[in-house]
Write a protein that binds this ligand. Sequence first.
Ligand SMILES: [Zn+2]
Length: 229
Amino acid sequence: MTLCINPNCTKPENKQDNRFCANCGSELLLAGRYRVIKQIKSDNSGCEYEVEEISNNNIKNLQTLISNDSQEIEYFHQTAEVLKQLNHPGLPKVEIDGCFVYFPRDKTVPLHCLIMEKLDGLSLDKYLLDESLLNETYPPENHSKNKNIDENLAVNWLQQITEILQQIHNQNLLHLQIQPANILLKQNGNLALIGFGKPRINKQIPLLLLIFHPNKLIITLYRNLIFLL
Ligand SMILES: [Zn+2]
């Protein structure tokens, strides 16, 4: 199955090999390379999808943005530029042409699209919910009934995420959604940060706070991870 990403399309499911949506006529092969195979999340400001690159069957993530807010659009494209420049195992890679604007056939809603590397792993919120994983990683005597985990592991995770955040802060990019659902535990035990491309610009943030944003984010991260301790 191939999905149509036109937000106004009432029948987005298409046959796999369709080039255009049978319902609304929109192009299904995005940027001439990707077909959308699964929707992961959706809200008023855009959707997250899994896409397949048809030339090599690689699976990637697509984040779309529906917005007329110039600041949100600018932030979205700024995120793409930063991820294009960085090459860190804890961050999704973006290819040079991984950010583009897509116009559905009706041209009513331009969609800003960001294609990112799909990082595999288990998000920390799901990790904490799965008691069997906790038992597997650390024997029951090392954590209490409320699923606390080993302090050394929590500190190790905090150090890893801080190092990843430093990478994006060096490029003047703020993530602003540091939370367990956006942190993946990869099979090699290292963490990765996801949830990019979803602008969340708090226009009420005073300039002074922005100047000191690294500390603010570290405090936010700490507050989100402290329950693990
Ligand atoms: Zn359609």
